[in-house]
Design a protein around this ligand. Sequence first.
Ligand SMILES: *Cc1c(COP(=O)(O)O)cnc(C)c1O
Length: 413
Amino acid sequence: MSQVDEIFKLIDREKARQAQTIELIASENFVSENCMKAAGSCLTNKYAEGYPGKRYYGGCDVVDEIESRCIDAWKQVFNTNYHVNVQPHSGSQANCAAYSAVIKPGDTVLSMSLDNGAHLTHGSSVNFSGKLYNMVFYGIDSRGYIDMEDVRRKALEFKPALIVTGASAYPRIIDFQAFRAIADEVGALLMTDMAHIAGLVATGRHPSPFEAGCDIITTTTHKTLRGPRGGLIFCKPELKKKIDSAIFPGNQGGPLEHIIAAKAIAAYEAMDPAYSDYIDRVISNCNTMANRFVDMGYDLVTGGTDNHLFLLDLTKSGVTGKVLQETLDLCRITLNKNCVPHETRSPQVTSGARIGTAAMTTRGMSSDGFLATAGVIDKVIKALQGSGISDEFIDARKSEVDEILNSTLTANG
Ligand SMILES: *Cc1c(COP(=O)(O)O)cnc(C)c1O
């Protein structure tokens, strides 16, 4: 077999893995055929440094039209007159450019810390953000909610140039209006990173950072928005020039026009009423599954969820997030270990797990499927606490996973 064939064989293997696995990673989803088609199109051949109508290379009229349509579509999705830059290669690139557009190295930024559910790009010491800027952090209260008193106290104490809100592992509504009031009080700019909840914002199932008047709003397109892997930056019209030049030439070269075409398709899909129904199902499935864990005696961070994810706090059980993730992998259930508030273990080990319903809801899993999945995870946690994990135990769980997936497929023809 040629090396090329080997790569295609590996892609087939990954396709099979995805089909045979219950996917609970809160940041993943399954894109449409059309999205996939655009992302794999001839547009990957085209260089288009610059912006529609202002490119450095010739032959850009077609990609100009695609990118312009993509821009218009995303403004419509969020019903906003904010400017949008559709070129960020990822959520991290979007945040990197957003920071560099409005603050300088050494400036103070107030954000949430990683172990409380924020993203690496919100100031982790191993990330550019933590190395370039003077990061200070607000905390969460004893139940796991963002502590708005602490946000205000830290803002008054440190006088940040920028306040960042948004998270990767936060199960509750974020009060953007309250953040806006604090930012105004101390004269800071306010940035919301809605990477996880963007789909809920788009359909009105989470308060809008646009309506709260955030100065900059970044997002990924591949999580609840169910588009290709990439990012977007929205900003108030007066920041357009700074944001655009921070992306190009500031942080990126040529845009990925094949991904921009796929982003346009994802925007059209997000405006279809079926997408709104989808987001409603994601939220209700998440609630159903979270409540089942509560009924089975588990602790959840904040006791529950308002969105597409929840956090299992395994501290009481003695089982680590790492061992649970690895054991569930063997059973073909994928989730990720996650820090819990006031975590005592390292980020490589953790005392919790993050569970999201966006991906399996796309695949048509019903609330019964999510309940059955909670049952399988419960058995695994109990076995890890007790008798241990045998090959027979793993095989039995794999059969249960197959059954759940089969009934999901049957229900969807
Ligand atoms: C996922 C995520 C990102 C980064 O996305 P990448 O595309 O992986 O770079 C940024 N911010 C938040 C809050 C996220 O959850």
